[in-house]
Design a protein around this ligand. Structure first.
Ligand code: BGP
Length: 493
């Protein structure tokens, strides 16, 4: 009963939200380094400064507004949260020691592509960047912590975005392939667990992947998606070639989703949304080909993908070893949302669910949805699974004595682990690890805020960059420690 022996317990971060040192050690600029902070509670978007082909400058807060040919740049008078972030670059030893104290046996982190290839497509890799991660991985092993490495987490090199429109171009796939070969070779024996592309289902739409207008152009958007799949399949194939011991997974933002009612039209609306938003990405990476519903959609839209010889075979050869996903919340869909009084939301983001409440940032909290997900994913693919993100972004208060009593976060984590345990014990799904998101405070990806905190470890830094970056243990730190050290047996809050 309970979680299997050797279950992986840890936490997860991404380089662009945590590392800082944005130009240290020979690192180049990523698109993430050109995105400002926003304000999630008040709906103020992150912004990106752009230079247009005619030399004029503009600033946009929405990826749909990025004009063709625009190039992002860093404005020296503006504050950018990723430049220092919470400075793992200078605190890694101290931080890994804290992770070990919490009882981690796995730590999910991403490699910043621009630390290895500053422009993304340089002739030679940057030795200082390679050495940095080698030191980090060795430090993890010192404490019996397995690194789980995300190869690409929202950090397209700025050069590839500005000059090639990011993933719209095949050039980015080629550069990615070289980057993958470099890191698999260098870290052979040090890293066994890998994820190819973080939240690949969101990535193709994400401002950080290319600053041009591909999102408003369906053909480009589908081409970018295709290239991400080809890139992911290449990563899997190269990883297995370099070391057959490598265990490589996909990563999908996989919230639960429900029909708003038992009206069959609402049920169908949910199926269509889930196909488009989640299953398509799992189907391609687990089965190795585009599903029929996607082929039909592209046929209707007149989309013809540009493929290179061997691409279709590659997709089959590059299917993943396991399924990993982020889980924060759930969405509800109706065929005619405009006819439902008193319900907020829209067809794309989902509707208010009357049975559930939301976080301060409006994310619906739904622990049972995690069990539902684990069942649905396992039914569909029968692959081992890992929950690689989960957590509550919340405002924390530091008490006069320095303590942080984040009982709300403890409850969130407790409730989700309880449902994972049911999925293992009662439903028999094959779940082998759990790495809650942002176990140490980092910059929010969506809003660029610091005050949206997920950590069990507090970092002294605010939205304007003030703070001395010292680390302190929140109440949740001790809860996690107890849970991890008992292999998920002692869940009492
Ligand atoms: C996922 C991303 C992470 C992350 C997390 C929380 O989408 O993979 O990078 O940050 O969500 O989101 P946010 O930071 O916007 O609260």
């Amino acid at each position: 009963m309970g979680f299997p022996k050797g279950f992986l317990w840890g936490g997860a971060t991404a380089a662009n939200q945590y590392e800082g040192g944005y130009l240290s050690g020979g690192k180049g600029l990523a698109v993430a380094d050109t995105i400002t902070g926003g304000d999630g509670i008040h709906g103020i978007q992150r912004k990106i400064f752009l230079e247009l082909p005619d030399g004029t400058k503009t600033v946009v807060g929405n990826r749909e507004e990025v004009p063709a040919g625009a190039k992002a740049y860093v404005d020296p008078d503006v504050y950018y949260p990723s430049h220092v972030a919470t400075d793992f670059y200078h605190h890694w030893k101290e931080d890994i020691e804290l992770f070990a104290e919490m009882g981690f046996n796995v730590y999910r982190l991403s490699i910043n592509w621009t630390r290895i290839y500053p422009n993304g497509d340089d002739e030679e890799p940057n030795e200082e960047g390679l050495q940095f991660y080698e030191d980090v991985f060795k430090e993890c092993h010192k404490y019996g912590i397995e690194p789980l490495v995300t190869i690409y987490h929202f950090d397209c090199p700025l050069h590839l975005a500005n000059e090639y429109d990011g993933w719209v171009s095949r050039h980015t796939v080629d550069a990615f392939e070289k980057y993958c070969r470099t890191i698999f070779t260098r870290y052979k024996g040090l890293v066994k667990y890998w994820l190819t592309i973080n939240e690949i289902n969101i990535n193709a739409n994400f401002m950080m992947n290319g600053v041009h207008e591909h999102i408003s152009n369906k053909q480009n958007a589908e081409q970018a998606r295709w290239h991400l799949f080809v890139g992911s399949a290449k990563a899997v194939k190269i990883g297995h070639e370099v070391d057959p011991e490598n265990y490589i997974g996909l990563m999908i933002a996989h919230g639960a989703s429900y029909p708003y009612s038992c009206n069959p039209e609402d049920v169908m609306a949910e199926i269509e949304n889930s196909h488009r938003r989640k299953w398509f990405y799992g189907d391609v990476q687990c089965r190795g080909y585009y599903p029929e519903y996607k082929l039909k959609e592209m046929e209707r839209d007149g989309i013809v993908l540009k493929k290179e010889p061997g691409d279709d075979e590659l997709l089959k050869e590059g299917v993943v070893d396991f399924y990993s996903f982020s889980y924060y919340s759930s969405s509800t869909f109706a065929a005619h949302p405009e006819n439902i009084p008193g319900v907020e939301g829209n067809q794309e983001r989902g509707l208010t669910n009357p049975y559930l409440s939301a976080s301060e940032w409006g994310w619906i909290v739904d622990p049972v949805g995690l069990r539902i997900n684990l069942n649905q994913i396992y039914d569909r693919y029968h692959l081992p699974m890992m929950v690689v993100e989960n957590g509550l972004g919340a405002l924390d208060t530091v008490e006069p004595d320095g303590s942080i009593n984040d009982d709300y976060r403890i409850k969130y984590i407790h409730d989700h682990i309880v449902e994972m345990k049911k999925a293992v014990e009662i439903d028999g799904v094959d779940l082998f690890g759990y790495t809650p998101w942002g176990h140490i405070d980092i910059v929010s990806a969506g809003t660029g805020e610091m005050r949206k905190r997920y950590g069990f470890i507090y970092v002294d830094k605010d939205d304007d960059g003030n703070g001395d970056l010292h680390r302190s243990r929140k109440k949740s730190f001790y809860y996690i420690q107890k849970v991890y050290k008992s292999n998920g047996e002692d869940l009492d809050m």
